[in-house]
Design a protein around this ligand. Structure first.
Ligand code: FES
Ligand SMILES: [Fe+2]
Length: 330
């Protein structure tokens, strides 16, 4: 196994800026379900790795923009989701059509400067009810990018599932601490006693297929954690169960902070009680991971850490995170 990343990689603000550009702007990033974008005028606004973006349904076509006015950088929309017929900047009132073109520059008092003053675009695509953005527009087509995820999801009727829960979780830890934690089941017996009772974590396996990790563990009888657990670098995780599926998407909000957006979709024959139990289960596991990740982050920040020692049996997925981040920054 190669040496892991040094502790400085988890606290350095210069590295954080480099990773925003070289990792999160370059890859596809899931922003959640496409249900909120089903009707013309529906929009979703969020901040992906510090980049404010808005995705809107422009008469049936999804379009994405930086949520930044071309006049003097005011935000176009302020809330997370809603519906509108045009974007009107709340700073000085410039307005834009939903295709991003400038419609009017209120009371500007002179000819506008030459050149295109349309909103700056970001690539948008959907796959099986999930919405993704690619900020710099250089990522491969979404299905190619998803790679092995596509085949593993084929047996599941994802389109029939409906969103029953959305929540956001802020972690005081570098995003790579969370990504690495996500990539191994080695910690399950100690960190997740409830999950440990449901799955046989001694037989937890992580199969790597390029930038995709396919997780599996035999379940003990009556478990709700049956299914396919999929991850794609850097921050996409999709778990499929008999009762539904959960999307976890995460990105850095600073050198030592991470945002996790969690969405649960229930299968049509799943009862409210079953959905609630699955959500409670996942949110508990997420919070247990938050606690350990934040403790690890404090130790990394203390400056006494050495490069990690990785188990070739359990932690090849952790090594993959290191390898892909290092490759992206090279
Ligand atoms: S910043 Fe948008 S109108 Fe001035
Ligand atoms: Fe965990």
């Amino acid at each position: 196994m190669p040496d892991g990343l040094p502790a400085s990689a988890y606290v350095d603000p210069v590295r954080h800026q480099a990773e925003r550009r070289a990792v999160f702007a370059r890859e596809w990033v899931a922003i959640g379900d496409a249900e909120r974008l089903a009707d013309p005028g529906g929009y979703v606004a969020t901040e992906v790795a510090g980049y404010p973006v808005v995705v809107v349904n422009d008469d049936g076509t999804l379009r994405g923009f930086h949520n930044v006015c071309r006049h003097r950088s005011g935000p176009l929309v302020w809330d997370g989701a809603g519906s509108c017929r045009s974007f009107v900047c709340r700073y000085h009132g410039w307005s834009y059509a939903l295709d991003g073109s400038l419609r009017s520059a209120r009371d500007f008092g002179a000819e506008l400067p030459e050149g295109d003053l349309s909103l700056l675009g970001v690539a948008v695509d959907t796959w099986r009810g999930l919405c993704f953005v690619n900020l710099d527009g250089t990522a491969p087509p979404l299905v190619d990018w998803l790679g092995a995820v596509v085949d593993h999801c084929a047996p599941y009727d994802m389109e029939a599932m409906r969103v029953v829960h959305r929540s956001g979780h802020d972690l005081a830890a570098n995003w790579k601490v969370y990504a690495e934690n996500y990539q191994e089941g080695y910690h399950i017996p100690l960190v997740h006693p409830g999950l440990h009772r449901q799955v046989d974590s001694s037989r937890y396996a992580v199969d790597l297929v390029g930038p995709v990790a396919v997780h599996s563990a035999p379940t003990r009888a009556g478990s709700v954690t049956d299914g396919a657990w999929l991850w794609r670098f850097p921050g996409f995780a999709l778990n499929l169960y008999r009762s539904g599926m959960s999307l976890e998407t995460y990105w850095p909000t600073g050198p030592t902070s991470t945002r996790v957006e969690y969405t649960f979709f229930a299968a049509p024959d799943t009862t409210d009680e079953e959905s609630a139990a699955a959500v409670e289960n996942s949110v508990r596991v997420l919070d247990e991971d938050r606690v350990i990740c934040e403790a690890v982050q404090r130790n990394l920040a203390a400056g006494v850490s050495r490069p990690p020692v990785l188990s070739p049996h359990h932690e090849r997925g952790v090594a993959l995170v290191h390898e892909l981040v290092t490759g992206a920054l090279a």
